[in-house]
Design a binder for this molecule. Structure first.
Ligand SMILES: NC(=O)NCCC[C@H](N)C(=O)O
Length: 416
């Protein structure tokens, strides 16, 4: 079968910058062709991407990673392999049609869809789950006579497409020895972690490994989770990750001994700063690239366990983020490299994901080429910048970090 199959083994990451070994990406596909001016806002894209060019940009990104020795797994292959398992199929067909994360279908359409999905081979089932199913597509196949299909417009989705699957960062997060399956805040993205959860539960490569499941109503998104150093995790709290989601995850990390300090970092609830990684990512063990528009105002609440392993949390008063992070990391300073040169350039480059870099090892980061000023600053600071094109990929508002889910990084301090 496809090369992604192998025995279950240990994966994980304890930092943002340990040498990257294995990553999950999603090459954009037919789900992007579903975006129209009428639905792109609801589906969380800021424009209508040119799909073929987005695929070229993505292929080039994957090539840069492979060129640096990173194993690239494609989510679509993992999913198709997972959906060879009858239990995984039953599970996903139920959750896709039960109305919990998609449109309400009514009995007739639900039964019909269950039949259609149930008969699809794994690859076709994967395509249907990712690209979605429109009302007129159902009519075009075996007819279903229902009030719902009669009244809904032909182009209404019965199963929503998942264009944001591209941003594999958000639907799961690898911690030192286990994976967190997140619960996404926006309705347009909720089904994504149903799919990643399925992969981690049923795929032979991951089955039997340890998982933390998020809580349905206490949202956490991977773009808000920064592994600042072994034992120190920052959690953005804003448009996506909620205070309750952050508290739950902090407790899970602290009681499991996966962290000694969790920093809860409030961020503005705005599109431009939807996740912590839109304003700050790590490019070295003690350096971040950061949006100057928030650098001086960002604060952090340090959360620790009352006793090691205790679920009782102690929350310290807020402190400036960089100082709180350095203290928790046990370093003198967490150095900041600013986005852009002046406030206007900084704002433009922050919007275009200049802050959203993916570190491949300490001092080496993938970044969108368009952010000239930020990339020049990174290079002046001695960071090796691997530039990729992202004019189409970025139309969903996400950069190299958002586009990638690190599955295995070398622990910090291990020989590279
Ligand atoms: N970690 C990230 O910042 N991910 C980017 C997510 C973009 C996506 N269009 C969204 O709005 O959720």
């Amino acid at each position: 079968m496809a090369p992604t199959m192998s025995q279950s083994r240990e994966y994980g990451a304890d930092s943002e910058v340990g040498r990257l070994r294995t990553v999950i990406l999603h090459r954009p596909g037919p789900e992007l062709e579903r975006l129209t001016p009428g639905n792109n806002d609801r589906l969380l894209f800021d424009g209508i991407p040119w799909v073929a060019r987005a695929q070229e940009e993505h292929d080039a990104f994957a090539e840069v990673l492979r060129g640096r020795g990173v194993e690239v797994l494609h989510l679509i292959d993992l999913l198709a392999e997972t959906l060879a398992d009858p239990d995984a199929r039953d599970h996903v067909i139920e959750t896709t049609t039960d109305g919990s994360a998609g449109p309400a279908l009514g009995d007739a359409v639900r039964d019909h869809l269950r039949g259609v999905l149930g008969e699809a081979a794994p690859e076709e089932l994967t395509r249907l789950l990712v690209a979605g199913i429109r009302n007129d597509e159902l009519r075009g196949g075996r007819a279903v006579h229902s009030l719902v299909t009669s009244l809904l417009p032909p182009q209404a989705f019965l199963v929503d497409p998942l264009p944001n699957l591209l941003f594999t960062r958000d639907s799961s997060v690898w911690l030192p020895d286990r994976v967190l399956v997140t619960t996404l805040a926006m309705r347009a993205r909720r089904r994504e972690s149903q799919l990643t959860g399925l992969v981690y539960r049923f795929h032979p490569r991951f089955a039997g490994g340890r998982r933390i499941e998020g809580h349905a109503h206490e949202h956490v998104e991977g773009g808000d989770v920064l592994l600042l150093a072994p034992g120190v995790v920052a959690l953005g709290v804003g448009e996506r990750t909620t205070p309750a989601g952050a508290e739950r995850l902090a407790r899970q990390l602290l009681t499991a001994g996966l962290a000694t300090t969790v920093l809860a970092v409030p961020i503005a609830q705005e599109r431009a700063t939807m996740h912590l990684d839109t304003v700050c990512t790590m490019v070295d063990v003690d350096r971040v690239v950061m949006y100057p528009g928030v650098a001086d105002t960002l604060t952090a609440y340090a959360v620790t366990a009352r006793e090691p392993g205790s679920p009782e949390l102690v929350v310290a008063p807020p402190e400036p983020f960089l100082a709180a992070a350095a203290k928790a990391m046990g370093i003198e300073r967490l150095h900041r490299i600013d986005t852009g040169l002046d406030p206007v350039t900084a704002e433009r480059e922050q919007w275009d994901d200049g802050n959203n870099t993916l570190a491949l090892e300490p001092g080496v980061a993938v970044a969108y080429e368009r952010n000239d000023a930020t990339n020049a600053r990174l290079e002046e600071a001695g960071i090796e910048v691997l530039r990729i094109a992202g004019s189409e990929l970025g139309s969903g508002r996400g950069g190299p970090r958002c586009l990638s889910c690190p599955v295995l990084r070398d622990p910090l301090g291990a020989a590279g």
